[in-house]
Design a protein around this ligand. Structure first.
Ligand SMILES: [Zn+2]
Ligand SMILES: [Zn+2]
Length: 827
């Protein structure tokens, strides 16, 4: 038979075409099968796939293909997170409508994905920028509105001047815009918010149920939600006894250590406190200066903390002590109550402030065995200890003090126990064109009114003006703005802000379950069958943003009776980054390798195999050209083996008798099945699974070489080759498909049942070994034939009888002869 060369490009295109024609990866509700929903985070259609994409799709595809062969009913969909700013920038640059640009990119990227051989069910494709999708994003907004979870409010918000839009808190990283890294400013604007804070407690508590999420992701969400327990305490103003200042502290046990009070410049009491006094001018000037600075600057570690005395005093409710009231730049009205009680001995920020302004530092928690003094301390002490200088509370631990002081305040009606969260509501208004319009109308008579459901979608105007340096926001399109109030029939105006694109991605995994539903966002039967997503795969950068929003939206829909599950993703895998020469791949470093290049040079199977082999999925991966070559060589070697053997296998040649080498090869086959199955299923250790397949290929070559051609046991050889091809199928689906057909099969390898291993086959021969003590036979043990000397000695000493006999004796020497005996010399 003629030798066939491995030609990846040719066979990959052949099978991709066939899979597409046969719609091979179509998934449907089937109540007789166990469902499995595998999902990779959908991409933004930038137009180009990069290695990070290829990695995440390869991981998802191994699981999808493996689980189908394990007889699961697998859904593996793909779609497009298609709204967002880059489309607007590209539109200006290329003088093309954002919708058109997006559509072109989607088409191109889809081709690239298919060229990787990823087994997507394309019938389920969604595109968040298409009206039949975003009408349901708008519907989701209206649902929130009905449930009092959407509101409009004037407040200080994050503004990115470069992107010309506001940003949610989750989209500001260290004071910079998450998208363009410009410094974020604070602006006072009227904006739409969703009440994520109503769900803070559940978003936090339910993290405990997410057992198969990476701990670090859960920790990031936990920190972001930022729950703290404490007391809200009221201080009276000495000079105005009818006025109260409310403040929150996590350390009510340090209440006796308060030596001053600081108000935010925005605090409504500041003005009345200083009005008509000699302090007024200076304080109000300070207030107006500070208010021009951004919140981020004001709270930054580097910004000096400045305060100014108001001339007024607060009365400490626990001991009646009068302390000065200051105004300070670092206290924000938006967080907490806008007032901070200063406990410099036990809070570092307060300590630095107190030293700067010569305010008293009073120790009220004394650590065991120490004698801290307010005058000599070099830094605040925030650890455990006993209460001192605290009246009748002296001697209590800080924990007891927390409880007792709070109870006392509650009894006296001076304060209450309180839980607070760092999490803020989700700001969703964006002053940009390319997004889903917020479905609200403004009528002079009726006010702000939600667009009725039957008027959805509120469609984007398509006649985009492409002159100038940015796509004008919706307020520029008169035909869009003008509408009629459906309540009174008078002319009305539309809301011209669009929604944050994170709204679109907060529910797309639900739409996949019934992507063509026209009367509902998702079909009840389908969503209840498929949800939750069994395995979600994506980058760690979404740990707080997307994953928190998706959890929030799922809970809202659960509360609305639309979902049976209240968490969207059962298992989460955060895949690592792809590096080259130790650095992130980037154009500026000139170290970019694209999936296209790899596919053109080696084929998709080699690229996938390398990505999966080079590193476990959650770890970073360093791109390595030799590694790619190695994977290519391995596939060629596997190919050659199939090619050399196929005639013999098909024609039924070879011998029928059964020899030791046959059982050895069978042991290799079952060992490989066991290892690959466990490595994929339990640990996602694709790299070691691939090693096991490589070993099986080697073992089969060795088996072949032991005989002249045609002298293999026919059934054993055939079984080894078929199992090898099946095991390879999830990783390198094209070469597996072609090999399967070369071995004479007409059906697809991807429709085969995943093989079971036979544990009896894996049993290694056992031998009996004699155990002597001081030369006398004292016992016999059964050990594997290939047992090492160390193992042998250990087994011997662990034997019950031998260990009894050795009890109280000192072992001087041990001699082991593998396969025969162990002699222990003891005194
Ligand atoms: Zn920006
Ligand atoms: Zn009206």
């Amino acid at each position: 038979m003629q030798v066939t060369n491995y030609n990846p490009i040719q066979i990959e295109e052949k099978w991709q075409k066939l899979w597409k024609e046969q719609d091979s990866f179509r998934s449907q509700v089937d109540h007789f099968k166990t469902k499995y929903y595998v999902l990779e985070m959908f991409p933004y259609p930038s137009g180009k796939l990069h290695m990070g994409h290829m990695r995440v799709y390869s991981i998802g595809d191994v699981l999808a293909r493996f689980l189908r062969m394990r007889d699961y009913n697998v859904m593996h969909p793909m779609g497009w997170d298609a709204f967002g700013l880059p489309a607007e920038n590209a539109a200006i640059e290329n003088n093309v409508n954002p919708a058109e640009w997006t559509a072109q990119n989607i088409e191109h990227m889809k081709e690239q994905q298919n060229r990787l051989g990823v087994s997507y069910d394309w019938q389920r494709e969604v595109n968040t920028s298409s009206p039949d999708y975003y009408r349901w994003s708008q519907w989701l907004f209206l649902l929130m509105y009905k449930r009092n979870l959407a509101y409009k409010e004037k407040s200080n918000v994050n503004w990115c001047a470069t992107c010309q839009t506001v940003l949610a808190n989750e989209q500001v990283e260290k004071g910079l815009c998450w998208r363009c890294s410009a410094v974020v400013e604070t602006r006072e604007l009227e904006q739409w918010f969703l009440k994520t804070t109503d769900y803070a407690e559940r978003l936090l508590d339910d993290l405990d149920d997410l057992e198969e999420w990476p701990e670090r992701v859960k920790l990031m969400q936990q920190n972001w939600i930022g729950r703290s327990e404490g007391a809200e305490i009221s201080f009276k103003v000495k000079e105005f006894p009818e006025e109260e200042i409310r403040t929150f502290t996590t350390r009510p046990d340090t209440l006796f250590g308060v030596t001053y009070m600081v108000l935010a410049p925005e605090h409504p009491l500041v003005k009345p406190l200083v009005e008509g006094t000699t302090r007024e001018e200076e304080v109000m000037e300070f207030v107006s200066n500070v208010r021009q600075e951004s919140e981020i600057d004001r709270t930054s570690e580097e910004t000096p903390k400045i305060g100014l005395f108001t001339g007024r005093h607060a009365v400490n409710p626990i001991n009646g002590e009068e302390v000065p009231i200051l105004v300070g730049n670092y206290v924000l009205m938006a967080y907490g109550t806008g007032a901070v009680m200063g406990v410099p001995a036990h809070d570092q920020r307060d300590f630095e402030f107190a030293r700067k302004y010569n305010l008293q530092v009073r120790v009220v928690i004394q650590p065991e065995g120490e004698n801290l003094s307010g005058d000599s301390m070099a830094e605040a002490y925030d650890g455990p200890g006993k209460m001192i200088n605290s009246g009748t509370f002296d001697g209590l631990s800080e924990k007891e003090g927390f409880r007792k002081v709070t109870e006392y305040l509650e009894e006296q009606d001076l304060g209450t126990f309180k839980v607070t969260y760092k999490l803020k509501d989700w700001l969703i208004s964006r002053q940009r064109y390319w997004g889903a319009p917020i479905p609200i109308k403004y009528c002079d008579q009726c006010g702000a009114i939600p667009v009725p459901e039957e008027e959805l979608p509120v469609e984007l105007p398509m006649d985009v003006e492409l002159s100038g340096n940015r796509v004008p926001s919706l307020s520029h399109y008169e035909s869009f703005v003008k509408t009629t109030c459906h309540l009174c029939g008078e002319p009305a105006k539309r809301e011209t802000d669009t929604m944050d694109t994170f709204i679109c991605s907060s529910w797309y995994f639900l739409r996949y379950t019934s992507p063509n539903s026209e009367t509902v966002p998702f079909d009840k039967e389908a969503v209840d069958y498929w949800m939750p997503v069994d395995q979600y795969i994506g980058g760690i950068e979404h740990a707080v943003l997307h994953l928190l929003y998706a959890r929030f939206v799922t809970k809202v829909l659960y509360d609305a009776g639309m979902l049976k599950c209240h968490e969207p993703f059962t298992r989460l895998l955060a895949q690592g980054m792809v590096y080259k020469d130790g650095a992130k791949m980037s154009k500026s470093k000139g170290n970019v390798i694209t999936p296209d290049e790899i596919v053109a040079k080696y084929g998709a199977d080699t690229g996938r195999l390398f990505i999966l082999f080079a590193s476990p999925p959650e770890k970073d991966l360093d791109w390595n050209d030799q590694g790619v070559e190695g994977c290519y060589r391995f596939l060629r070697r596997a190919w050659r083996l199939i090619d050399e053997c196929r005639e013999e296998v098909i024609s039924g040649g070879g011998r029928d008798d059964y020899r030791d080498s046959d059982s050895e090869l069978q042991r290799s086959v079952h060992g490989a099945i066991k290892k690959v199955t466990h490595d994929i299923e339990e640990r996602f250790n694709f790299n070691t699974a691939i090693s096991a397949i490589m070993e099986l290929v080697n073992a089969t070559y060795a088996y072949r070489q032991a005989y002249e051609n045609g002298q293999s046991n026919h059934a054993v050889l055939r079984d080894a080759l078929e199992k090898m091809v099946i095991l390879l199928a999830p990783f390198a689906p094209h070469i597996a498909e072609e090999s399967w057909s070369l071995l004479g099969h007409e059906d697809s390898v991807h429709r085969q049942h995943w093989p079971q291993y036979d544990s009896e086959m894996l049993q290694v021969d056992q031998v009996e070994v004699v155990v002597q003590i001081n030369g006398k036979v004292r016992g016999r043990i059964n050990v594997p034939a290939d047992c090492s000397e160390e193992q042998l000695i250990e087994e011997a000493r662990n034997n019950e009888r031998i260990s009894e006999l050795l009890d109280g004796k000192e072992v001087v020497k041990t001699i082991a002869v593998p396969g025969r005996l162990v002699n222990i010399v003891a005194r």
